[in-house]
Design a protein around this ligand. Structure first.
Ligand code: MEV
Length: 422
């Protein structure tokens, strides 16, 4: 860039003024600035209120995964992401589960944890006992912060306390258990945690530092299960392949990270489409996967007595429909309407089913033909389009390049010229 990044009052400028300044400093062309300035379905004034220092937006594709049947109900699932093959894979997997009844998903309710860290309590064990004995006072103070949530049946329901050994000595940690209803809950929980801090200091004789939600949302789990038809998925050998892939992930952290990444391909794509906090979901997923002390798969795979493949998934799913981008982003609101979910729990259950479907699709592809075959088809099509092909020519050129195993721009151009001549 051309100048200093220390820009006083950048936040006070309008969106347009910020963009002009960025252009001056970085040499963005009209065209480049234009693509960022076009905020698509998100009005620029809404974007400007969502985050700071806004200059525009970025659009990513939203596809619809088909064939999903979850708890006896059909869904069209919006998925927003930049990676090819994921939407197609989810749709295919859902088809193979559908003939066996689709996905069954349960949940533990929308309970989030708010942590209050107390340092310097004169007697930590005694402080824990006092917190447990006097927790009703704390719960009352917490619930006074959110009468609406309480009137809807949510609110702070319980509190636990523990001593955490740390490099700076023992700390007392109080944990509020809050039913956040249809909200993801970070705001509600953080407000409560901050409000009860003085009371907790009084009860423990220590000093409160952190007052914040935990993203290890292990009181807000979804459990999804589905049976995948042996014949449809490629027979006994394919079932064996998935079981071997699962055993590999269970035994090896390097493989397990990729195994769980495949699950998150599905979970996060629905989360983005529906305006969810994807970082919270990732943090929850991977910390939950590590809860035993080793990093483990979020799914399990087994064979049933008919020889079909049965998968289960268990993971935290902290999502909400009230508050956040699910309420402010028009595209997210429309995506939620397509999905047709009425509660945060229903959204969480759908996301669990999609995560399981995505994991199945990845393992099956990896254990059989490999994932590059599917990727290559898409890659060849986009190469043909870049070379100038339209309509039927796109598929014809892609097929020829795949057959020749030469998926290259120059070859796409040559084939296009040949086909146009003939
Ligand atoms: C790619 O985005 C996801 C996979 O790597 C997942 C896996 O390996 O299980 C295919």
């Amino acid at each position: 860039m051309n100048g200093s990044s220390e820009i006083r009052g950048f936040y006070k400028l309008s969106v347009e003024e910020r963009m002009n300044l960025v252009r001056e400093l970085t040499g963005l062309s009209d065209e480049e600035a234009g693509v960022i300035s076009k905020t698509g379905g998100l009005p620029v004034d809404v974007a400007d209120r969502m985050v700071e220092n806004v200059i525009g937006g970025i659009t990513i594709p939203m596809g619809i995964a088909t064939n999903f049947r979850i708890n006896g109900k059909d869904y069209l699932v919006p998925m927003a992401l930049e990676e090819p093959s994921v939407v197609a894979a989810a749709s295919n997997a859902a088809k193979m589960a559908r003939s066996k009844g689709g996905f069954t998903v349960t949940n533990t309710g929308p309970v989030m944890i708010g942590q209050i860290q107390v340092v310097g309590a004169p007697n930590p064990q005694q402080a824990v006992r006092v917190l447990e004995r006097r927790k009703q006072e704390v719960l009352k103070a917490a619930n006074e912060q959110d009468p609406v949530l309480v009137s809807l049946g949510g609110g702070a329901k319980d509190m636990t306390a523990k001593v955490v050994k740390s490099t700076r000595g023992p700390m007392v940690v109080a944990e509020l258990l809050v039913n956040t209803g249809d909200a993801m809950g970070a705001n509600a929980v953080n407000t409560m945690a901050e409000a009860v801090a003085p009371l907790i200091e009084e009860q423990t004789g220590g000093e409160v530092f952190l007052r914040i939600i935990s993203n290890l949302a292990d009181r807000r789990l979804v459990r999804a299960r589905a049976t995948f038809d042996k014949k449809a998925m490629g027979g006994d050998e394919a079932v064996d392949g998935v079981l071997c892939a699962y055993a590999f992930a269970d035994a090896d952290a390097h493989r397990c990270a990729t195994h769980n990444k495949g699950i998150m391909n599905g979970v996060i794509a629905v989360a983005i489409a529906c305006g969810q906090d994807t970082r919270a979901l990732e943090a929850g997923a991977h910390s939950y996967a590590s809860r035993s002390g080793s990093y483990k798969p979020l799914t399990t795979w087994e064979r049933n007595s008919e020889g079909d493949l049965v998968g289960t998934l268990e993971m935290p799913m902290a999502v909400g429909l009230v508050g956040g981008a699910a309420r402010t982003h028009p595209a997210a609101k429309a995506a939620v309407k397509i999905l047709g979910v009425k509660t945060a729990i229903e959204l969480a259950e759908v996301m669990g089913a999609v995560g399981l479907a995505q994991n199945f699709a990845a393992l099956r592809a990896l254990a059989t033909e490999g994932i590059q075959a599917g990727h290559m088809k898409l890659h060849a099509r986009s190469m043909a389009i870049t070379a100038g092909a339209e309509g039927k020519l796109v598929d014809a050129i892609a097929a020829k390049m795949i057959e020749e195993k030469k998926i290259r721009f120059d070859r796409a151009k040559e084939i296009l010229a040949e086909l146009r001549k003939s």
